[in-house]
Design a protein around this ligand. Structure first.
Ligand code: CA
Ligand code: CA
Length: 145
């Protein structure tokens, strides 16, 4: 697998950021992407740890979602906050997960993340429509390491 800096080109990162912006046009939910090489923890635990580290648990409706990718582990996890889990079915993230997986298998990481972010936005839209007074509570960027 490529080094973390080479995983996505600058242009590809911009496409993902654009997807986050676009997804957040339709939902009050906040979406972020975090990428690193490897974790010794279980993918779920690490995603949860990063979620708190990135202060994603501070949204008003507790409706942020983190898409976490461990490149070398060829693994990823979608971690949604309590406000989401309280109101959605248990398999809520499956469509998003399948979308990402289908592209990752083909080595299409950028497309997988773009499509995954958009899918997550659509899923969130039903339960958390965008409000008139919406604010962008979390930065629309990709964090690493
Ligand atoms: Ca928002
Ligand atoms: Ca945001």
């Amino acid at each position: 697998m490529p080094a973390i800096e080479d995983f996505l080109t600058q242009a590809e990162e911009q496409d993902i950021i654009e997807a986050i912006r676009s997804a957040e046009q339709h939902t009050s939910g906040e979406i972020r992407v975090h990428i690193e090489r490897h974790t010794n923890l279980s993918i779920e635990l690490r995603a949860m740890e990063l979620f708190h580290f990135l202060k994603m648990d501070n949204t008003k409706l507790q409706n942020a979602v983190l898409i976490y990718v461990a490149i070398d582990d060829k693994n990823f996890y979608i971690y949604g906050d309590k406000g989401i889990n309280d109101v959605v079915p248990i398999n809520f993230w499956n469509t998003t997960k399948d979308t990402i997986q289908n592209y990752f298998i083909k080595g299409q990481f950028k497309t997988g993340l773009v499509e995954g972010v958009l899918k997550a936005g659509k899923a969130l839209h039903k339960h958390f429509p965008k409000q008139h007074d919406d604010i962008d509570e979390l930065p629309n960027n990709i964090s690493k390491g």
